[in-house]
Design a protein around this ligand. Structure first.
Ligand SMILES: C[S@@+](CC[C@H](N)C(=O)[O-])C[C@H]1O[C@@H](n2cnc3c(N)ncnc32)[C@H](O)[C@@H]1O
Length: 311
């Protein structure tokens, strides 16, 4: 990894001595050093599909940012939350900085932890592009697993996990470990705010053989037009939805272009189950909303936004 210019610092690894941490260096734990070759801090899952499904979609951050470029309501929501609870803010699964960078621009100090090195590198590039050198000092990038991280003795008044990050917790133990780690980093009266998609029974019942096609588009990383389709396979025992995304070269693509398949696996968390899962980590649900304007959760809502605190 190329060393960043001053201030958008290194991306550091958790559990190492915190030094020179501001938006610059990325440092590894011993396990993470091994996993570094795979560019991810995600612990290997027993199930290969889950391992792939937690990583592959985040290997191409340019495509990620392109796909979600119009998703703004949640960013505005987290900006309001940050104004309300204040910083410093810890964002787990902060990815390419889609939410963190606006928070830093608003004046908050943000620690962004993510398992994907490509996403962290992208966050650093975006910070260099859009923040001035003073603002960049407020962004700390950390390579780590949300199920096992330790950031020293620091306590955060606000921990956030925007946009389905927690759907990458597949086993009950994963939730317990993650929520305990969040609790350890929460200030006594701190808040943990996150949003997850509400499972939709009709979506889970989709025929895995059926292919859902979308319009062709110019892929930002490949640089040529692709046909795009998705298929869905729900595992009702693990409560995991596996989404297979297929990119096949469209007319005008180079002759050497090949189809690409990317797997995204998302645990389906039903709203009342979530309360019990929070309790595993010593947290309790304080409020929940059904959209980013702050309306209470109601039947038919596709997103659940949770404000939790220490139990
Ligand atoms: C849907 S993205 C959300 C990114 C960002 N929060 C946003 O709103 O754009 C999920 C993120 O979670 C990260 N992730 C998945 N499993 C993780 C884990 N075990 N520990 C830390 N991050 C993880 C992925 O690398 C990815 O950046």
């Amino acid at each position: 990894m190329a060393r960043g210019r001053a201030n958008v610092g290194d991306i550091r690894e958790v559990n190492t001595e915190p030094k020179n941490t501001m938006a610059g260096t990325i440092r590894p734990t011993s396990q993470q050093k091994q996993r570094r070759q795979q560019d991810t801090a995600v612990q290997p899952a027993q199930d290969l599909a889950l391992e792939r499904g937690a990583i592959e979609h985040y290997a191409d951050p340019l495509y990620y940012d392109f796909t979600y470029r119009r998703r703004r309501d949640d960013v505005e929501f987290y900006r309001r939350v940050a104004r309300q609870y204040g910083g410093p803010i810890l964002e787990i699964g902060g990815g390419s900085g889609r939410v963190a960078i606006p928070l830093v621009a608003d004046g908050h100090q943000v620690t962004l932890l993510d398992a994907s090195m490509p996403m962290l590198e992208r966050a650093r590039a975006r910070a260099l592009q859009s923040l001035d050198s003073e603002a960049r000092k407020r962004l700390e990038l950390v390579h780590g697993d949300m199920r096992d991280f330790a950031l020293g003795r620091r306590k955060f008044p606000l921990v956030i996990a925007p946009f389905n990050v927690l759907l990458h917790l597949y086993e009950p133990d994963d939730f317990a470990c993650c929520f305990r780690a969040v609790r350890r980093h929460l200030a006594p009266d701190g808040r943990f705010v996150f949003d997850v998609r509400v499972p939709e029974p009709r979506e889970l019942a989709r025929n895995p053989e059926r292919i859902y096609k979308a319009r062709p588009f110019r892929h930002p990383t490949l640089g040529y037009r692709v046909n795009y389709s998705e298929s869905f396979h729900y595992d009702p025992i693990k409560q995991v939805q596996h989404i297979t995304m297929r990119f096949t070269p469209a007319e005008g693509a180079p002759r050497s272009a090949r189809p690409i398949q990317v797997l995204l696996s998302q645990r389906q968390i039903f709203p009342n189950e979530l309360r019990a899962l929070l309790a595993l980590g010593g947290l309790r649900l304080a409020k929940r909303y059904g959209d980013f304007s702050g309306r209470p959760l109601a039947p038919g809502d596709s997103v659940e936004i949770v404000v939790a605190q220490r139990a």
